[in-house]
Design a protein around this ligand. Sequence first.
Ligand SMILES: Cc1ncc(COP(=O)(O)O)c(C=O)c1O
Length: 424
Amino acid sequence: MHAKGAAATEQSEQRSASATFDVQRVRADFPILARTVNGRPLVYLDNAATSQKPRAVLEAITSYYTGINANVHRGVHELSGRATDAYEAARERIRAFFNARTSHEIIYTRNATEGINLVAYSFVRPNLRPGDEVLITAMEHHSNIVPWQIVCEGTGATLKVAPIDDRGELQLDSFERLLTPRTKIAAVSHMSNALGTINPVKEIVRLARAHGVPTLIDASQAAYHMRVDVQAIDCDFLVATGHKLYGPTGIGVLYGKEARLDAMPPFMGGGDMISSVSFERSTWNVLPYKFEAGTPHIAGPIGLHAALDYIEAVGFDAIGCHERELLEYGTGILQDIDGVRLIGTARHKASILSFVMDGVHPHDIGTIVDREGVAIRTGHHCAQPVMERFGVPATARASLAMYNTREELDTLGRALKKVREVFA
Ligand SMILES: Cc1ncc(COP(=O)(O)O)c(C=O)c1O
């Protein structure tokens, strides 16, 4: 299609997505949003830390425990079969959500952190030699820094960090220069939790592949704001975490290309991950079970299944459109407040308003706005190197989800003006 025609089609699709999106209807699906905090209606703007759960998720978890609770993969009895079916149906749902080729490529983990550790210990560490390198970026969450540091320290390998600029954008040319024959993996965030920056992951993977470097994409933040398609990105591994996807805590997803996962040793040993055990030798189960030792968090995938159904029913077009509008509106509100400086102004960003206020510590901002019922996060957001890069000890961060409204951002704006008055 002609570029102008494509842009017009996209704009009209966005208009129709926003026309069909009814934020009040969405809010009604999230019971916790009806509560008050400190005598005020809750304004929940800490979604990058964890999102709230729609009723459908709570009901899926309750009906699992009240109707079919049993251990999976182990029993011939009716309930065990039903629990196993629900548990595996969730895997297929997750496969479809991320467009993996087969459900064998979807490994259940506790969270994104465990997925990254699994890849660090089972894929990267066995091949790391002194002088080898692991490449990350300067905007990573601690969970995409520390596991690599540990495996590097244990093997004499070096952690390399691609820089970001003053807007919080990855410097792609530097990233490419850091890809060398010694690079054993490039592990990059799809979207920064501290800045909101969205990285060009397809391009990142293409560059890495051109240098023969495998990739891990941390989609913990991106996955609840936009469609994440592992085949389109063409990464070797990708992690996500259920509790940010409107699902329960304790369930994460590791996607890995089948050939990669097949060639890797298990991460943890125990029940379910074996094919046979004797005192002399044990052999491993097929994918994905080789990486799922012990009784899993069965209700986790079942709740996540309902969460992904919910997201798909609302639709990423509508979610993206609504959240972009809110981000723009919230950015305007913050820019109008005296002494507020936004940290993270990438041209391509989503749903994160990280900021500092002259003369006021972020913790004081957080405490005062909490009195108004507004929940924001303050601190280093598990991204201390990002704080260092911008020369601040911490920021205050309002992070948006599909159920937030302009009125809530107005409340945040009024609360921040009170902070200004207190510290005038
Ligand atoms: C970008 C990013 N990566 C990884 C994580 C870790 O997620 P989890 O603690 O659920 O493993 C987070 C959580 O805030 C995150 O924002």
